[in-house]
Design a protein around this ligand. Structure first.
Ligand SMILES: N[C@@H](CCC(=O)N[C@@H](CS)C(=O)NCC(=O)O)C(=O)O
Length: 200
């Protein structure tokens, strides 16, 4: 039995764990915060996430924040061996790799408008935009998913970041990215989470 509450907001990264929860098909409650009204900075929520940001998730006494960490937690706990490769599965390595790549590398590389500078890129963890776009291209070739034929929570995490980047023109609309996004959009769980996050 799960006792899960997702702290969520419309038009936010709350979409990411919500999509995963829908893929898992488990029961969960949603607490929707109004970011414009500043509800995320109120003491009751800061006790859950001192960053005052969504998403956050509680599962009984367990508190998890950071979209990627929430997805890795949920997939291990409720989708182990299906949406999360087991620890003795060789796919576990790439699964962790691409899940962490989303927030540690793709987000800063695509959203920070930094000048091209090989020396600076060598010293920062997210390198430079061109290398990141190339790595993403390679990760999605031949596809259809990051782990090949098996859809996993890594697609929820990194795939959401790819979708957000395409929507915000932070990633070139190359066929490999557009086709990946179209495959994600077709999933019923994705449709349900998208409707809850952005409306019809
Ligand atoms: N690194 C965090 C980022 C979370 C984040 O920035 N959430 C935004 C919504 S998409 C937020 O809550 N912003 C409200 C604020 O910072 O006041 C994650 O991946 O979960």
């Amino acid at each position: 039995m799960s006792d899960i509450t997702l702290y969520f907001a419309r038009a936010s990264r709350g979409f990411i764990p919500r999509w995963l929860l829908e893929e898992l098909g488990i029961a969960y409650r949603v607490e929707t915060l109004d970011l414009k009204a500043g509800e995320q900075k109120r003491p009751a929520f800061l006790a859950v996430n001192p960053m005052g940001k969504v998403p956050a998730l509680t599962d009984g006494a367990v508190v998890v924040t950071e979209a990627a960490a929430i997805c890795l937690y949920l997939a291990d706990r409720y989708g182990y061996g299906s949406l999360a490769p087991r620890v003795d599965d060789p796919a576990r390595g790439p699964y962790l790799r691409w899940s962490l790549f989303a927030s540690a590398v793709v987000e800063p590389a695509l959203w920070l408008d930094e000048p091209r500078d090989p020396k600076a890129a060598s010293g920062r963890g997210w390198g430079d935009r061109e290398a990141v776009v190339g790595a993403l291209r390679g990760a999605l070739t031949p596809g259809p998913w990051l782990l090949g034929d098996a859809f996993s929570a890594a697609d929820v995490v990194l795939g959401s970041t790819v979708s957000f980047a395409l929507l915000n023109a932070r990633l070139p609309p190359e066929p490999v990215f557009a086709a990946y996004r179209a495959r994600m959009d077709e999933r019923p769980a994705h449709k349900r989470a998208a409707a809850a996050t952005w409306g019809a």
